[in-house]
Design a protein around this ligand. Structure first.
Ligand SMILES: [Zn+2]
Length: 384
């Protein structure tokens, strides 16, 4: 975001940043409404807005006539064409990339199969995908957000990704050097949670949780508008039933043991003596295959228990269920309800479960939001 000319840069105040984010997330607003919503005096608001307008981040949008009073006012809005971001979600099979505007609207997307999980090969492949999608963008790209499943430390290091079979890979530096743009790295569930918080199903809710099921179990938590650091591995191995199946780490009845696509597919495959994929298991459960029905119902009940535990431990009542494996909920919703109710005395924990299947492009959008949150509106704004 720096233009390299220190004399023409100014540090944005915290209230300027807060105003910019408020407008970005909640849309164009009049100064009067902004001052009221944010509890700022008109003078402070004017001081906060001016550098943003000067820098071309905010614009006075077209006059809106207030029907009640007849007076026209000029709402403030972000300049959507000013920023472009690239989001990249890495799985063990493919690179999913999007170009978004500053409100994370997807303008372009591409999916490229990954042929190798060697670090150098992945860096080359991501660099090529970013170069390709960047060359098609009419506006310059500000930054790239990249997310992976697994533990990411300090926005720099993929400390442990069981899906990619990586440990301690300084992916952010490697990609930033290769791509030549600022790169922001985070865990994929963190990206998805943040995109839901600003632009998705968590918008307007100061507290909510996101629970994803698929290759692994992911958990994101927002309390009082702040994303709480959640430690992906311990939560995905949270015990839900001491008599449940074993996970690859040897836990009996943990969330991964019940809910990962691999666990579910393996349990049904073993019973039938042939390899059966996850989607086929769901189809078989729909068709009434007794083993598939049992395994899917047990998984759904574990999911229900986990949601009750989340509400009990955090007080959060709105829980978004997602992930590529979440369709098991469609097949066995009564079992989810059963699991939720088990420890829910007087329905005290009965929160709002929202089912929102999201494809990998949506996860790539989450990666773009990691970059947006880091870069917008910029700590140092060039005065133009
Ligand atoms: Zn486990």
């Amino acid at each position: 975001m720096s233009n390299g000319n220190a004399e023409r840069e100014t540090l944005l105040s915290e209230s300027s940043k807060a105003v910019a984010v408020e407008i970005l997330v909640h849309g164009a607003q009049s100064r009067a409404r902004l001052a009221q919503r944010m509890g700022l005096s008109p003078a402070t608001l004017t001081r906060s807005v001016r550098p943003l307008v000067d820098a071309g981040v905010l614009i006075e949008a077209d006059a809106v006539r207030n029907p009640g009073r007849g007076r026209a006012f000029l709402p403030l809005d972000v300049v959507p064409e000013r920023f472009r971001f690239i989001g990249v979600k890495l799985t063990d099979k493919a690179i999913y990339a999007v170009v978004t505007d500053v409100r994370s609207r997807v303008l372009d997307q591409v999916t490229v199969e990954l042929r190798s999980l060697q670090v150098g090969d992945v860096v080359d492949a991501v660099t090529a995908v970013v170069g390709d999608i960047r060359s098609r963008s009419e506006q310059p790209v500000t930054a790239v957000g990249v997310t992976v499943g697994g533990r990411v430390e300090d926005g720099e290091l993929v400390a442990n990704s069981p899906f990619l079979h990586w440990r301690d890979v300084p992916l952010r530096s490697l990609l930033s050097t290769a791509i030549g743009l600022p790169v922001h790295l985070d865990n994929d569930v963190v990206g998805l949670t943040k995109s839901q918080q600003w632009f998705g199903h968590g918008k307007g809710f100061s507290s909510f949780a996101l629970l994803t099921v698929g290759a692994g179990v992911g958990y994101g938590l927002v309390i009082n508008d702040v994303m709480v650091p959640t430690f992906v591995t311990p939560v995905s191995h949270y015990p839900v039933d001491p008599s449940g199946p074993l996970c690859p780490l040897g836990h009996r009845g943990c969330m991964t043991a019940f809910l990962s696509s691999q666990s579910i597919a393996s349990a049904v495959s073993a019973a039938h003596g042939r390899i059966i994929g996850y989607d086929d298991v769901l189809e078989m459960a729909k068709g009434g295959d007794p083993t598939a029905v049992r395994v899917v119902r047990e998984a759904a009940r574990a999911l229900g228990r986990a949601t009750s535990a989340i509400t009990a431990l955090t007080g959060v009542s709105r829980i978004i269920l997602s992930g590529e494996g979440v369709h098991l909920v469609d097949v066995a919703w009564p079992s989810v309800e059963e699991g939720r109710a088990e420890y829910d005395i007087d329905r005290a924990l009965h929160g709002e479960l929202i089912l929102r299947p999201m494809d990998f492009i949506e996860w790539a959008r989450g990666a773009a939001v990691i970059a947006i949150q880091q870069e917008f509106p910029g700590t140092q704004m060039a005065i133009q």
